[in-house]
Design a protein around this ligand. Structure first.
Ligand code: NAD
Length: 334
C-alpha cells in the first residue's frame, strides 16, 4: 500500500525502513491536520501518531483523497474521531501493546530523578560543585504508591514499585485479580488519593478521566505528595496543579505528557520563544520534571511498533482479520 506517514521523527524512519518489506512509505515531518490532510492524495493508508489530529474534517478529506485505513503507531486513539472514520468508511487500527515496561520504567525514572535529584547532582559535579546541600531525598522503601489504572502499563508499574518495597494501592474500574493476589490493594479512588505518597496515573483519557487530578482531588491528597503522569496530559488540570505546587500542597510533579503538548513535544524549539506561559511556569519550579512524551522510546517498543503497524496494514491489504482494529465505543453514536 502507499502510506502517508505523519509526524515523522528520525527514529520512526529508521525503524519503519528496517522492517518494511512491501509498502511504499511517504514520510512527512508535518503533523496531520486540516492543513496537511491533502498530502495524502494518492495514498490509501495513513500512519499517524498521538498528536496528529484526525477529526471529522480531516477524515472527510482523507476519504476524498482515497485513504482507506488509518494505522495509529501507538496504543491510544483519543486523537481519532472513530465515528467519523466509520462514516467515511475508513478502518482504524492501532498497536495495543508494544512495551508496557518501557512506560512503567520511565515513570520510575521520573520518580527516582525527582526524589534523588540526580539531574541536579549530574550538573553540579560537572561544574566542580561537590556539595550535597539540598539534594536530600527519601527512601522509596515503605512508602505508599497509588496507581490509577492497572491495565498493561499500570500493572507493570505496580509490580516494579512493589519490588522496591513500597506498599501499592490501586484504583481501576476493573479489578486485576493477579495483582490482588500479589498483595496490591484495590481501594476507592478517594482512598488511593488520600493514602499515596506517590500517585501515578496509568488510565486512558476518556470523558470520565479528563482532569481526574483537579483542585478538589489535589486537596484530598497527602501534603507534599508526588504526582506522576505518563498517560495523557489532560488527565491533569494543569492550572490546579500549578496552584498546588505554589502553596506546597504538591511536593513533586513528574510529567511525560502535557495537556497542550501538541505544538511543543517532539520538536527542537531550542532557538524559539516558548509562548506557552503555563508550561514555562511549570518549568520554573525546582520540584517539577518534564520529559517530552518519551515513555515509549525504547528499542524494544520501537521495534514492536514498527512490526505491528506494518503487519496491521498488510493484513488490511490482504483482507485478513484485523485483530488490532479500533471499534466505535458503545454509545458513541448520538
Ligand atoms: P490499558 O488499556 O491496558 O489500561 C488502562 C487501564 O485503565 C485499564 O485497566 C482500565 O480499566 C483503566 N481505566 C479505564 N477507565 C478508568 C477510570 N475511569 N478510572 C480508573 N481506571 C480506568 O492501557 P495501557 O496500555 O496500560 O496504557 C495506559 C495509558 O498510558 C494509555 O491510555 C496512554 O494514554 C498512555 N501511554 C503513554 C505512553 C507514553 O509514551 N508516555 C505510551 C503508551 C501509552
Amino acid at each position: 500500500m502507499k502510506i502517508a506517514f505523519f509526524s515523522t521523527q528520525p527514529y520512526d524512519k529508521e525503524y519503519f525502513e528496517r522492517y518494511n518489506k512491501q509498502h511504499e512509505i511517504l514520510f512527512f515531518e508535518a503533523r496531520l491536520n486540516e492543513q496537511t490532510a491533502t498530502l495524502t492524495r494518492g495514498c490509501n493508508a495513513v500512519c499517524a501518531f498521538v498528536n496528529d489530529q484526525l477529526n471529522k474534517g480531516v477524515l472527510n478529506t482523507l476519504n476524498e483523497m482515497g485513504v482507506k485505513i488509518i494505522a495509529q503507531r501507538c496504543a491510544g486513539f483519543n486523537n481519532v474521531d472513530v465515528v467519523a472514520a466509520v462514516e467515511n468508511n475508513i478502518t482504524v487500527v492501532r498497536v495495543p501493546v508494544y512495551s508496557p515496561h518501557a512506560v512503567a520504567e520511565h515513570a520510575l525514572a521520573l520518580i527516582m530523578t525527582l526524589n534523588r535529584k540526580t539531574h541536579k547532582a549530574y550538573n553540579r559535579v560537572r561544574e566542580g560543585n561537590f556539595s550535597l546541600d539540598r539534594l536530600t531525598g527519601f527512601d522509596l522503601y515503605g512508602k505508599t504508591v497509588g496507581v490509577i489504572g492497572t491495565g498493561k502499563i499500570g500493572q507493570c508499574f505496580a509490580r516494579i514499585m512493589q519490588g522496591l518495597g513500597c506498599k501499592v494501592v490501586a484504583f481501576d474500574i476493573v479489578v486485576n485479580k493477579e495483582l490482588e493476589a500479589l498483595g496490591i490493594k484495590y481501594l476507592t479512588r478517594q482512598e488511593v488519593l488520600q493514602q499515596s505518597d506517590i500517585l501515578s496515573l496509568h488510565c486512558p483519557l476518556t470523558e470520565q478521566t479528563k482532569h481526574v487530578i483537579n483542585s478538589d482531588t489535589l486537596e484530598i491528597m497527602k501534603n507534599g505528595a508526588m504526582l506522576i503522569n505518563t498517560s495523557r496530559g489532560a488527565l491533569v488540570d494543569t492550572m490546579a496543579v500549578i496552584t498546588a505546587l505554589k502553596n506546597g500542597k504538591l511536593g513533586y510533579l513528574g510529567l511525560d505528557v502535557y495537556e497542550q503538548e501538541e505544538k511543543l513535544f517532539f520538536h527542537d524549539l531550542n532557538e524559539n520563544i516558548i509562548t506557552d506561559d503555563v508550561l514555562v511556569r511549570l518549568l520554573g519550579f525546582p520540584n517539577v520534571l518534564i520529559t517530552s512524551h518519551q515513555g515509549f522510546l525504547t528499542d524494544e517498543a520501537l521495534t514492536q511498533i514498527a512490526i505491528v503497524t506494518l503487519q496491521n496494514i498488510t493484513d488490511f491489504e490482504e483482507h485478513k482479520q484485523l485483530k488490532n482494529k479500533v471499534s466505535v465505543p458503545a454509545g458513541a453514536y448520538k
